[in-house]
Design a protein around this ligand. Structure first.
Ligand code: SF4
Length: 275
């Protein structure tokens, strides 16, 4: 059976990898703002969200949503693991109050204290870290399954590693929605330039030696000359690089059998998009 945009029922349609690749290639030439507008034109109101950890690129994306006046049309999702730095939480609050974004915090089922009491200090081993990130990052995000059809994020190819091949559009089969990456072509220099030009609110930890910021338990500053991600899971001697909340970061990439089930109208708009 051809899963690419085959009619799944009267109201929904399965959209497969080939369709996303085709439309994604046509979106490659668009600017970040144009990809955001395409998203607004393609998906129903109330079905679009941004996923952000409020690092620099995420702040650029969230600021763009506010600059384009889309605060009432796009939710912003923040996975609050319960062990974030206070500076991160303050940054999130500023996006609510100063940019008017509807930031929705997603929480793990258990507090870190209860998790530790029941399972031990997980993040001190590679296997434990994977479970901890699953429990405190991936599982909270699964709460949104069925709620949205489009999830924008700030992944960009210049981040390197597995992200160097991130597509503009990709199915997220776990969440049954479309991952969209408007900043796909942005460089680190362009991120810095955008932040300077617009005076974007960023996590104050970036000025204290933290190029990237995750949970306080697993993030340290980096020394001059170290890789930007050297401060992540330093205690594991970098056996881990990603929390795997983003599909392109996972060892298993998407394959041609992946598909998501969308409303028929949305599926048609994606498949039939022409520049
Ligand atoms: S980054 Fe560390 S503390 Fe945070 S969820 Fe992952 S393992 Fe747990």
């Amino acid at each position: 059976m051809n899963l690419d945009s085959s009619r799944g029922s009267q109201t929904t349609s399965r959209v497969g990898v080939a369709v996303f690749k085709g439309t994604g290639s046509r979106l490659e030439s668009l600017s970040a703002d144009e990809i955001i507008h395409w998203t607004l034109d393609t998906f129903p109101i109330g079905k679009i969200a941004v996923l952000s950890a409020f690092q620099k690129a995420g702040c650029v994306l969230c600021h763009s949503i506010a600059r384009l006046g889309l605060q009432s049309r796009v939710d912003v999702l923040f996975v609050d693991t319960g062990v974030n730095f206070p500076e991160t939480i303050e940054t999130v609050d500023r996006y609510r109050t100063e940019y008017g974004l509807n930031v929705i915090a997603l929480h793990p089922e258990r507090t870190m204290a209860r998790q530790t009491a029941e399972e031990g200090v997980l993040y001190l081993s590679k296997e434990g870290q994977e479970r901890c990130c699953e429990l405190r990052k991936k599982d909270p995000l699964k709460q949104i399954r069925g709620r949205y059809e489009a999830l924008l994020s700030s992944l960009h190819r210049s981040d390197g590693g597995r992200r160097a091949k991130t597509p503009v559009l990709a199915p997220d089969i776990e969440l049954n929605l479309v991952r969209i990456h408007p900043l796909i072509s942005i460089t680190e220099e362009e991120i810095e330039a955008y932040i300077r030009q617009h005076g974007v609110i960023v996590n104050p930890l970036h000025d204290q030696g933290y190029p990237t910021v995750s949970c306080a338990r697993c993030t340290t500053p980096v020394l001059p000359g170290e890789d930007e991600r050297a401060g992540r899971w330093r205690h594991l001697e970098h056996a881990s690089q990603y929390c795997n909340i983003n599909p392109p970061d996972r060892a298993r990439g998407g394959d041609n059998s992946d598909f998501v089930e969308l409303s028929y109208e949305t599926a048609q708009k994606i498949e039939n998009y022409e520049i």
